[in-house]
Design a protein around this ligand. Sequence first.
Ligand code: PLP
Length: 395
Amino acid sequence: MNRTDRLFGLTDQYRAKNFQPLPVMATEARGVWVETVDGTKFLDMISGYGALNQGHCHPRIVEALKLQASRSALLSDAIYNDQQGRLYERLSALTQKDLVFLANTGAEAVEAAVKAARRWGYRVKKVPSGSAEILVSEGNFHGRTTTAISFSTDDLVKADFGPYTPGFRSVPFGDLDALKGAITPNTVAFLTEPIQGKGIRVAPTGFLRDALSVCRQNEVLFVADEVQTGLGRTGKRFCCDWEDVEPDIYILGKALGGGIYPVSAVAANAEILGLLEPGSHGTTYGANALACAVAFASLDVVEREGLAQRALELGTYFLDRLRGLRSAVIREVRGLGLFIGLELTSAVEPYCENLRARGILCKGAGMNTIRLTPPLVITRDELNWALEQLSKALV
Ligand SMILES: Cc1ncc(COP(=O)(O)O)c(C=O)c1O
């Protein structure tokens, strides 16, 4: 048995089977490329489900990690650390919000946003105690906590994990009339991804802007989960920028940690986040010095390397070329920037397998859609190479 097979055997013997990895045993990764134990190289079109905007092991972020790890890491929220201030300031400037809460995973940031919205509902909107409602979009993905799966409409992620957290109702994604019709006096927030990661579903043009104005008219908070769509992925700072929408609450994660260390955030004005008084919420590793140093460097890379602009230019080119592919199996090409879904006429697995044989790592985003979300540092040459493989595999 060779080393790769031994590693597959060891891993599969002991791991919970809650996910089904592709049969690729990675050992190193740089930029857009992943290398396996036996030396095979793949171009990574999964990129940590959209977390690797800056590419694998970006030297600037690795350097920040090393430097900070040699100075201090977890000091706890019982004391301040010298890395927090500049990150809070930077995230506040980026989101144009007064305050920022830092956590680790995207799901935790969603939790924090839900709690902050409910608090605001009770204390500012004066919704009767215990009756706050949050509207969400059908087909959403906001993480794996019991609360996040409670308002999922996907049976795979929620079956037999109940009882579920009450207080959520879903409306069809991108349906303004349904949103209007669902709002009641107890509705405190509308929580949505600007583009849904599952299926890479894009709302009709104008939906985000109109949804914001419906929220404003009804004293409902607009909460944008930009965990995956934020920090340049769709060709703008945030996906909401496409429609000049300033949500009341931003939820960020994934690329905020540069694909190196988990960092997530909630940003909102003081009348919302200011309601989380000492002791009301927190997480042990949140805002630790190492996380703050990594997140600061990750934001630096996004800005210095103009990754949003890069995603816009290369994404427009890639989308154009994908739409021009002559393939009987492609039903639709959707997306913005480098957040792209290829809907096929049948299940994606055999096509993903074919692409893997040609050196591309990709996965389905739902049954019939291949997700194409490369690191934003990808070059035009690398995209052209990927296009060549796609044109050969999707026949
Ligand atoms: C939009 C969105 N929100 C939240 C999450 C959860 O993030 P995490 O897996 O870091 O908990 C994800 C993860 O894919 C996501 O895409």
